[in-house]
Ligand binder design. Structure first.
Ligand SMILES: C[S@@+](CC[C@H](N)C(=O)[O-])C[C@H]1O[C@@H](n2cnc3c(N)ncnc32)[C@H](O)[C@@H]1O
Length: 333
């Protein structure tokens, strides 16, 4: 169900601001959305077509075109129109990997697409994604970065920053004066004049150091990336955006604490070992009751003998601990 917005008699929202969602609810919406797109990806593979990541409009067009070609439109529409939740379709969706009949796959796909595009799934997800910088969650996480960066920077230099998942052009990164420019991107920019609407995974690789950055801020973004493999791909991609003509570059990584404190597959140690493997060394850490903040340094002189070699440690999910109530957050390279 779509979250309610109050309307005036003219039908326009009373408030310019998006309605507030409680973090608990936001987490539920995000988990559901990730489930839907993971299952959709599985179904697309089974029906032998490929979907673009993070482009819902493009995905909807591709799905329509492919199902038309496969002669599966009527089953797809049936699924789209089914009531929500539908017990049978929910069960089939969870077992999508094992479904053999294309008709059933098309029906489940319709059910998924209907929820995303016709029942507020996408809008709610976009709204839920914006609660990161909510004051109730500790406010602007980049304040911590600035405190740390003040101690390591050379005050004669300016540093270039790339902020992923940016929600505001007025947070500490942008107002500290330490970074110039601050390039801000987000999948769904709420301020297109200051925050470019862009998927980091599609951002063109810089051609030279003038286009590269001293710092990448990735605050509460990795946990929004829908699969462990895509999260790993995001971490690997950082390297191409960091300058090679300076001694040190930095990655500010912020995650909800349960990603490392309450996951079956990931601890702070494994995350840092993975970052080490990719060429980064943790130089600062801070844990609040809900969030973990990490600053990594990448030194030009650092031995990178690991990179290019075996990625064996990080290519498969490994249960590190298992208790009731734990989550399955993980990152795979
Ligand atoms: C919780 S918000 C982030 C908030 C903010 N950085 C903070 O620390 O509060 C997560 C944001 O990451 C964005 N995001 C997720 N994947 C992304 C990607 N591949 N490229 C760009 N932005 C992405 C989402 O659109 C969302 O706005």
């Amino acid at each position: 169900m779509l979250l309610k917005r109050r309307k005036t008699v003219t039908g326009r929202p009373v408030l310019q601001q998006a309605p507030k969602i409680k973090p608990e609810r936001a987490r539920r919406i995000i988990r559901r959305f990730h489930l839907l797109i993971n299952k959709r990806r599985i179904i697309a593979v089974k029906l032998k077509f490929k979907l673009a990541e993070n482009d819902e409009a493009g995905t909807a067009k591709t799905v329509n075109k492919k199902l038309e070609l496969l002669g599966l439109m009527s089953q797809y529409r049936e699924g789209w129109k089914a009531s929500h939740p539908d017990a049978q379709l929910e069960e089939q969706m969870l077992k999508a990997q094992g479904i053999k009949e294309s008709q059933t796959l098309a029906r489940v796909l319709g059910y998924i697409m209907g929820e995303i595009h016709d029942r507020g799934g996408l809008q709610n997800y976009q709204l839920a994604s914006t609660i990161g910088q909510d004051k109730n969650r500790g406010g602007d996480s980049s304040k911590i970065l600035i405190k740390w960066f003040q101690k390591i920077r050379d005050s004669r230099k300016t540093y270039r920053a790339l902020e992923l998942g940016s929600l505001s052009a007025r947070n500490a990164i942008s107002t500290s004066g330490m970074f110039n420019p601050v390039v801000r991107i987000d999948l769904n920019s709420n301020d297109p004049a200051n925050i470019e609407r862009q998927d980091f995974m599609e951002r063109p690789i810089p051609k030279d150091d003038l286009e590269r950055f001293d710092l990448i801020s990735c605050s509460l973004v990795l946990n929004f990336v829908p699969s462990p493999e895509l999260r790993g791909a995001m971490l690997k991609r950082f390297e191409s955006f960091l300058r090679l003509d300076v001694a040190s570059t930095y990655v500010f990584l912020v995650l909800p604490l349960p990603c490392v404190d309450n996951s079956r597959y990931m601890t702070q140690d494994t995350l840092c070992a993975m970052m080490n493997y990719l060429g980064y060394r943790m130089i600062n850490e801070h844990k609040s009751p809900k969030i973990i903040y990490l600053l990594f340094e990448r030194e030009k002189s650092q031995d990178r003998s690991n990179s290019g070699g075996k990625t064996l440690h990080f290519t498969k999910k490994k249960i590190l601990r298992d208790h009731a109530g734990m989550n399955n957050f993980s990152v795979l390279l």
